[in-house]
Ligand binder design. Structure first.
Ligand code: NAD
Length: 258
């Protein structure tokens, strides 16, 4: 791919899908800002893994920037982008990956839970898109790419997960609106829509019965792997997808066809 020396930000990138996306970008030669929410073991492990990857490839450790921010907090998002400005010359790619999910019957939802989920899954990506767009437009020849990590549930309702379904539905129009608004500035905005992926978010899959039943309900009978999502993000971010904007690439084993 053609991502060598491009600068990217991946949000929520110390676990699951985000970590695989950041790893794939680093492997392709990109400089990566890895966003994380809190200083914990996952952050330490990710930093160690990625530093090793750079050392083995003979690249400077400055190609990796670990940057702390809660993406739902405007002041923290601004600080995160300021840190990226300081380290990298420019920004070429934003991957909005951070997300949370909770299950509650809709009539039992509390305001705080709704606000939090929408803030992380939808307001966060909007704030990050606005900051990234400013940087894409500031270049002598404006260009850039955004990939939102959405879900099959931007298309297929998920009963019991109202704030999640609503926020992913919102991401669909975030993707499409920005794609149209900035197409003439050489900025592309797309999304990936994974189905069921083997990550912490789906910890129920560690129960063999649940796993079997889940697989049975997927047309292709496969649970998606985080690495596979990462490959699709790389494709959408690269010039191989230069004619693609405003689209969600579903990788759901056919779930969205039901
Ligand atoms: P995950 O829980 O491993 O990853 C989510 C990441 O987001 C974590 O690293 C977490 O720390 C981070 N995060 C949460 N709140 C944050 C905040 N306020 N600020 C910054 N970071 C924050 O789960 P995952 O499956 O890797 O999820 C990644 C994305 O993929 C999410 O947007 C999720 O909705 C989407 N997705 C997951 C699945 C699945 O089946 N696992 C399916 C479709 C879509």
């Amino acid at each position: 791919m053609d991502l060598k020396e491009k600068a990217a930000l991946v949000t929520g990138a110390t676990s699951g899908i985000g970590k695989e996306i950041a790893k794939a970008l680093l492997t392709e030669g990109a400089k990566v800002a890895v966003n994380y929410r809190s200083d914990d073991q996952k952050k330490e492990e990710t930093e160690r893994d990625f530093e090793t990857l750079l050392t083995v490839a003979g690249r400077p450790s400055s190609d990796l920037l670990m940057v702390k921010a809660d993406v739902s907090k405007p002041a923290q998002v601004q600080k995160m982008f300021a840190a990226i400005d300081k380290r990298f010359d420019s920004l070429d790619l934003l991957v909005n990956n951070a997300g949370i999910q909770s299950e509650t019957p809709s009539h039992e939802l509390e305001t705080g839970q709704v606000e939090k989920e929408i803030a992380v899954n939808l307001t966060g990506p909007i704030l990050c898109c606005c900051e990234a767009l400013k940087r894409f437009l500031k270049k002598p020849r404006p260009h850039g790419s955004i990939v939102n990590v959405s879900s099959v549930h931007e298309e297929v309702p998920k009963p019991g997960f109202l704030p999640y379904s609503v926020s992913k539905g919102g991401l669909r129009n975030l993707t499409r609106t920005l794609a149209l608004e900035y197409a003439d500035k050489n900025i592309r905005v797309n999304a990936v829509g994974p189905g069921t992926v083997d990550t912490n978010m789906n910890s129920k899959l560690s129960d063999p019965k649940v796993r079997k039943e889940t697989q049975r309900n997927i047309p292709l009978k496969r649970i998606v792997q985080a690495k596979e999502v990462a490959r699709s993000v790389l494709f959408l971010a690269s010039d191989a997808a230069r004619n693609i904007t405003g689209q969600t690439l579903f990788m759901d084993g056919g779930l969205s066809l039901y």
